[in-house]
Design a protein around this ligand. Structure first.
Ligand SMILES: *[C@@H]1O[C@H](CO)[C@@H](O)[C@H](O)[C@H]1NC(C)=O
Ligand SMILES: *[C@@H]1O[C@H](CO)[C@@H](O)[C@H](O)[C@H]1NC(C)=O
Ligand SMILES: *[C@@H]1O[C@H](CO)[C@@H](O)[C@H](O)[C@H]1NC(C)=O
Ligand SMILES: *[C@@H]1O[C@H](CO)[C@@H](O)[C@H](O)[C@H]1NC(C)=O
Ligand SMILES: *[C@@H]1O[C@H](CO)[C@@H](O)[C@H](O)[C@H]1NC(C)=O
Length: 469
């Protein structure tokens, strides 16, 4: 009887602790107090969405949009809005600006800035610990996690980790922190009270893991490996790698939702424009592939479920949209237009406890044109270039992802202008970086010039020539 009472209590506590998603069965339904946030790199904003009405309320501008003021010598605001985390009480979010090393803490009630701390080289993702106050920051250019006082601002502690920490997550009881890396195939497990690494799980599928996620029960951790298109599945009860999933090229973020009370892993696979879904009955079992959800847009990236497990929200990085997935049918039921080049996405329950939470919001980055064109590269059957063109302040941003490229080859992108009578005009050139498979990739080629209204997107051509050595 006592045992039964105790376990009921533990269950109630766990359920109570999980007002935030991913949550176990019994968390509250989607409410008008909840908010979804996306970190939009090009518009340099955080988009704010009300999930009860599927309405984009506006954006929090962290600085100027690309390229207006941001490369000027007098520029002192933040650049490249990227990572996002939140406090469990829903009162704060933390946003990372990767280029300026800024950790910004924002009050969810009125979108006001509580503190801004300049941390170290290339912070990527951060999360509030269970105290709802300290923010633990993974800075990729270092070998440690910085602890920031989210209210007052300022670095108050540093924990040594393996090289290139990428993200920090906390166990449901708040006693452990998990850190993945971009230069070490290791998961560091930190004792939060002692502020030091207690255990390491080695032998992840690759040294580069930009994102990872914990399931609602806290017993599974999936680490995504973008460069090799895999996910390492870890059982945290046994602290053991269970399997490695071949998820596909440009695997971005994993997250979890319960479907019929069974944990399912969702993994965005950017180059396939889909999110793969796997069923995992127990942390010790290999996940079983269920199927893929086709994105409405290009390059799905960050994703987060609602606490009641009925929805999964996925940001399409190259379409500037968020797809809303019904987890019962595993289909896109609605798509929203958000800020430009969304990276992370979070769902925060109980963010706005009074008022409508629209103070301090702007329209920066909303409503701009964006087009994508997948161009086959002449001369090699498998080589492609994904060309994304976005209107930015005064110019257009032309972004290219080159895939399955040849080593030591220079690629030239050309297009014909509307007045050019079919003559191809060279626009820009790029070379790929060699990969382990013998091919080369060009993950992010950027050019800024006027494209819309000048060039015909359907005339885009990409051709390779042997590089002069
Ligand atoms: C942080 O917030 C959670 C959720 O509201 C709450 O259960 C917990 O007690 C808070 N922690 C502290 C230290 O206030
Ligand atoms: C945000 O809104 C609050 C409340 O309306 C206001 O006090 C504050 O000055 C505003 N601006 C910023 C940048 O936080
Ligand atoms: C859901 O699963 C948990 C853990 O496996 C179990 O304790 C709980 O009773 C289940 N709830 C329902 C409604 O099936
Ligand atoms: C294209 O890709 C397929 C499958 O990866 C491979 O078998 C084939 O050799 C590739 N062809 C070329 C021309 O690279
Ligand atoms: C590419 O160029 C480098 C530097 O000249 C050379 O070492 C390498 O062998 C070349 N690789 C291929 C596949 O041609």
């Amino acid at each position: 009887m006592l045992f039964f009472l105790l376990s009921a209590l533990v269950w109630a506590n766990l359920a109570l602790a999980q007002i935030q998603a991913p949550a176990l069965f019994g968390a509250p339904p989607i409410s008008s107090h909840d908010r979804i946030y996306t970190g939009d790199q090009t518009s340099n904003t955080v988009t704010v969405i009300n999930p009860s009405t599927n309405e984009v309320l506006g954006t929090i501008a962290l600085g100027d949009e690309r390229l207006s003021g941001t490369i000027g010598p007098q520029y002192i605001k933040s650049v490249n809005s990227h990572g996002l985390g939140f406090s469990r009480d829903g009162k704060y979010i933390c946003s990372i600006s990767v280029t300026t090393n800024t950790v910004t803490v924002i009050r969810t009630l009125d979108n006001s800035i509580v503190s801004q701390t300049f941390s170290e080289r290339a912070p990527h993702e951060a999360f509030f610990s269970a105290d709802n106050r300290t923010v633990w920051v993974a800075s990729r250019g270092t070998s440690h996690v910085d602890i920031i006082d989210g209210i007052k601002g300022g670095i108050i502690g540093t924990i040594t980790t393996e090289a290139g920490p990428s993200k920090v997550l906390f166990s449901p009881d708040g006693k452990l922190a998990y850190v993945n890396h971009i230069r070490s195939a290791t998961l560091d497990i930190i004792d939060v009270e002692k502020r030091q690494v207690a255990v390491q799980i080695t032998g992840l599928a690759d040294v580069f893991s930009s994102d990872m996620m914990l399931s609602a029960d806290g017993n599974r951790l999936w680490a995504a490996h973008k460069m090799v298109g895999k996910v390492t599945v870890i059982d945290l009860q046994q602290r053991k790698i269970i399997t490695v999933l071949d998820t596909g090229p440009e695997t971005n973020h994993p997250n979890f939702a319960l479907i019929n009370n069974v944990t399912h892993g969702f993994v965005t696979v950017a180059a396939l424009d889909e999110t793969k879904v796997y069923r995992q009955d127990l942390p010790s079992q290999s996940p079983v592939y269920v199927g893929a959800i086709k994105s409405s847009g290009i390059e799905p990236h960050g994703l987060w479920p609602s606490p009641d497990n009925t929805r999964m929200y996925i940001v399409n990085e190259h379409s500037d949209t968020v797809d809303i997935i019904d987890t019962t049918t595993l289909t896109v039921i609605h798509t929203l237009q958000v800020g430009q080049e969304g990276q992370a996405l979070i769902y925060v329950a109980g963010a706005v406890t009074s008022g409508d939470g629209t103070q301090n919001l702007s329209r920066q980055g909303l409503g701009f044109e964006v087009e994508n064109k997948l161009v086959p590269i002449s001369g090699n059957k498998n080589s492609t270039a994904l060309v994304t063109i976005r209107a930015v302040s005064g110019l257009d941003m032309v972004q290219i992802i080159g895939r399955n490229l040849k080593v030591n080859t220079t690629y030239q992108v050309s297009a014909s202008c509307y007045e050019c009578k079919g003559i191809q005009i060279p626009l820009l050139e790029f070379t790929g970086m060699p990969t382990a498979t013998g091919c080369a990739v060009a993950p992010q080629v950027l050019g800024f010039f006027k494209f819309f209204g000048v060039y015909d997107i359907n005339s885009l051509r990409v051709k390779g020539t042997a590089k002069k050595l």
